[in-house]
Design a protein. Structure first.
Length: 146
C-alpha cells in the first residue's frame, strides 16, 4: 500500500488561441513551465475534434473524428512524467448544436475555437508513468491507493 502526499504550488490560468491544437497547447505549457505534477480543467469550443476510445480487447485506441464545431463542456486531466518529461493525460466531453454529447481521450487533431484553461501544479515526489503489461497502458508506477 502506498499513499503519496503532494502540495499545491501554482495555478496557471489563460486562453488557448484560436486554431491551436488543444492537446499540443496543453503539452507545450506543461513542458515550458516544467509542470511535473498537476491537474487541469478547461471549457470552450472546438472547430473539430479527435477523441479516443481504448479498446480493452485489442489494447489500442480507436480514434473518433468529429469534423464539426462542438462546445467543450468539460476537459479534465492530469500531468505526470513519462520518459522523464511532463506528460498530459486528458479526457474531453463535447456537445453539438443539438445538445448531443460525445466524449473520450483527448488526442492530437482537436482544434480550438476558444478555450479557457486552468492548471494547478503540485510539488512532491515524482509521479512516473510506465508500461503496465496487464492493460498495455502507461500507468503510474507503484502508486496504488489500496
Ligand atoms: Zn485516457
Amino acid at each position: 500500500m502506498f499513499r503519496a502526499n503532494y502540495k499545491y504550488k501554482r495555478t496557471f490560468i489563460g486562453n488557448i488561441p484560436k486554431g491551436s491544437d488543444l492537446y499540443e497547447a496543453i503539452s507545450t505549457i506543461a513542458l515550458h513551465e516544467d509542470i511535473r505534477i498537476g491537474k487541469l480543467t478547461a471549457i470552450g469550443a472546438v472547430t473539430e475534434a479527435v477523441i479516443g476510445f481504448y479498446d480493452q480487447n485489442k489494447n489500442e485506441y480507436l480514434k473518433i473524428h468529429l469534423s464539426s464545431e462542438h462546445e467543450i463542456l468539460q476537459c479534465s486531466g492530469n500531468i505526470s512524467l513519462k520518459d522523464g518529461k511532463p506528460f498530459v493525460h486528458a479526457h474531453i466531453i463535447l456537445s453539438n448544436k443539438d445538445g448531443s454529447v460525445f466524449g473520450g481521450h483527448l488526442m492530437n487533431g482537436t482544434k480550438v475555437f476558444a478555450c479557457e484553461l486552468v492548471i494547478d501544479e503540485y510539488g512532491g515526489e515524482d509521479l512516473k508513468r510506465e508500461k503496465d503489461n496487464s492493460t498495455n497502458l502507461f500507468l503510474w508506477k507503484d502508486k496504488n491507493l489500496i
